[in-house]
Design a protein around this ligand. Structure first.
Ligand code: SAH
Length: 215
């Protein structure tokens, strides 16, 4: 709603998330205290509090708040957890993770997006985030194993390297599929492999191998 005071728009967004089934208080709290307008390009500032994805630089998108909340809730993060995130993008989802986990390790294939995200996190005084410019498809072997892994770009295939970087009982959430619509999946590491649960249809930008060259 254009013109409404920010608090009203934020409250409207949070209430909408609750109505859609987001009931994890820590997750709702993290969204409530993370100013999304800091992560949205100037051109789209008035859409910051809408529950929709918004374009950012490098042809990428900042995810829809409902999807950010749904994925964070699905991870069942505990306060002592180390979380790996693939696809920093604007850094919005990273900031939400940083408020519910002990440490967040985040990987982005566009250096400029990573640098901009880091500046935003410093402004919010989020100091438990570790950044890597690189190809997230390979994960972060030097820092593995992780309690949780979140992938925010569409996985073309089962992410076996990433799954193998999970601790026992660890959980990975991400969109899986090669088409324009993917399915949000949750893998849990079990004593004899991985259990997969299919959640809902989602639309994400594709995960692309290798780092991006920027002019
Ligand atoms: N969570 C982000 C959404 C980013 S969109 C946000 O809230 O803003 C997905 C991001 O994944 C893009 O920034 C894209 O550049 C990045 N990405 C795609 N393939 C990647 C890869 N192989 N390794 C690391 N990052 C990747």
């Amino acid at each position: 709603m254009i013109g409404a005071p920010e608090e009203t728009r934020l409250q409207r967004l949070i209430n909408g998330l609750k109505l859609q089934g987001i009931d994890d208080r820590k997750v709702l709290h993290a969204l409530e205290f993370t100013p999304r307008d800091l992560f949205v390009p100037e051109l789209f500032l008035d859409r910051s509090w809408e529950d929709s994805a918004i374009p950012i630089n490098c042809g990428q998108t900042i995810s829809q708040p409902y999807i950010v909340a749904l994925m964070t809730q699905a991870l069942k993060i505990e306060g002592r957890h180390r979380v790996l995130e693939i696809g920093t993008g604007s850094g919005y989802q990273t900031a939400i993770l940083a408020r519910v986990a002990r440490y967040v390790y985040t990987i982005e294939r566009y250096r400029s997006l990573m640098v901009e995200a880091e500046i935003r996190h410093k402004r919010l005084m989020l100091e438990n985030i570790i950044y890597r410019f690189g190809d997230g498809w390979e994960g972060w072997p030097e820092q593995a194993p992780f309690d949780r892994i979140l992938v925010t770009a569409a996985l073309p295939d089962e992410p076996s390297d990433l799954l193998n970087q999970l601790k026992p009982k660890g959980v990975l959430v991400g969109p899986l599929g090669k088409g324009s619509t993917q399915i949000l999946v949750r893998y849990t590491r079990t004593p004899d492999g991985f259990e997969r649960e299919d959640m809902s249809d989602v639309r994400f930008v594709p995960l692309i191998s290798g780092v991006a060259r920027e002019s």
